[in-house]
Unconditional design. Structure first.
Length: 385
């Protein structure tokens, strides 16, 4: 099993990335290809005495994709970035998975344009694991697609079902649609249509779920568009930070509270581990031809190691084959199919939107900040190239 790791991606690259790759090479049965500026990557590898004996190889790349880079511009200007070199290795069959803690929008853009979506998939989706009262739930999309059509949300439901079944081990995972009410008729026009599609599918669809149900664990898979999913994720992260900070202040208030902390310390450590994102390593980008894991920008070596581990699990369980088979079967049953030209729509959006932004900047017009994950393709009809 061969996995590519973007050594230059992330806030703490290449130090944390290389350290995490070394940990993974020691513990997992995988070969790792580190893409990046070879001089810098080899310098970090030299810090580990056993690095020469580990199954790690460095693949040189001239450019680095920065966190603030616009994905559309990256595709056109950084022809030999560590990110692009890594994705192309997967495309060529020289590796089976790609892991990066770099610019999420750029990872998404490279993966979609180079690897291209699976048969039957309009758009790939980011799936994140959330801790719940009953264990773990999957939420997708977490930000890859700001605006979604009914067919795309339907596909997210199928992909989430496959992930929960083969990766999390849920025999018959329950799938819920995030909406403003539990009743069948609640939601906007898109969610109402998706509700009917999911209801007719082969998966265990339990209907609408409200926001308050997300962390209760009543649904193993929660389906939503990327805008809603990303907002929910960021709110959850800030809530967790607030709770952690207030608990720390509380335990430092007096000697009795400090004593209470000492008594609770083992249990608090166990709870912290259950909600720590580094335990899962990263979020899989489901729906592309190849395994792609997007890790947090501030990933630690442990996080990178676990991201590589998650990539190996997706390869071992043949997740893409199951997604492709399930989507094809469900779409054919409902006389639905991916519309022609959707790939060209995505490429057109990625490649040319940067030009429009530059024109707006030159004219003095203000430009709205780029979303984290920019593949929200227009709803216009596909054009022949």
């Amino acid at each position: 099993m061969r996995i590519v790791v973007d050594a230059m991606g992330g806030d703490h690259a290449p130090e944390s990335i290389v350290a995490g790759a070394v940990m993974a090479a020691r513990e997992l049965d995988v070969e790792i290809l580190l893409t990046g500026i070879s001089e810098l990557v080899n310098k970090e590898l030299a810090k580990f005495e056993d690095s020469a004996r580990l199954p790690i190889r460095v693949v040189h790349a001239d450019d680095v994709v920065e966190m603030h880079d616009i994905p559309a511009r990256v595709l056109r200007t950084k022809k030999n970035s560590s990110m692009k070199v890594g994705v192309e290795l997967v495309k060529k069959g020289e590796a089976e998975a790609f892991v990066s803690a770099g610019n999420t929008g750029a990872v998404l853009a490279y993966s979609t344009v180079i690897l291209r979506p699976l048969k039957g998939v309009d758009r790939p989706a980011i799936a994140i694991q959330l801790p719940t009262l009953k264990g773990t739930s999957i939420l997708l999309d977490a930000g890859a697609n700001v605006d979604c059509k009914t067919n795309q949300l339907f596909q997210f439901g199928i992909m989430g079902h496959v992930f929960a079944k083969y990766i999390l081990g849920e025999e018959e995972p329950s799938v819920g649609l995030l909406s403003i009410g539990e009743e069948d008729g609640k939601g906007n026009e898109v969610t109402k249509e998706v509700f009917q599609m999911l209801k007719k599918s082969h998966i265990n669809f339990i209907g609408n779920v409200e926001g308050k149900e997300v962390f209760r664990g009543n649904a193993d898979v929660i389906v939503c568009d990327g805008f809603t999913g990303n907002v929910a994720l960021k709110i959850s992260e800030s809530l967790a930070e607030m709770i952690g900070t207030n608990l720390k202040r509380l335990f430092q208030r007096s000697w009795t509270s400090k004593l209470g902390y000492l008594l609770l310390k083992p249990h608090l450590a166990e709870f912290k581990k259950s909600v720590d994102h580094s335990e899962t390593g990263g979020a899989p980008l489901l729906g592309v031809n190849g395994v792609c894991i997007i890790a947090h920008g501030s990933s630690s070596p442990k996080c990178i190691k676990n991201a590589i581990k998650r990539a190996s699990e997706l390869i071992e369980k043949k997740i893409n084959e199951h997604i492709r088979d399930d989507i094809v079967a469900n779409l054919e049953d409902q006389d639905l199919w991916v519309r022609k030209g959707v790939i060209w729509d995505q490429i057109k959006n990625i490649a040319f939107r940067g030009d429009e932004e530059e024109k707006n900047n030159d004219s003095g017009d203000s430009v709205a900040p780029q979303p984290d994950l920019p593949l929200n393709t227009a709803d216009d009809k596909p054009q022949d190239k």
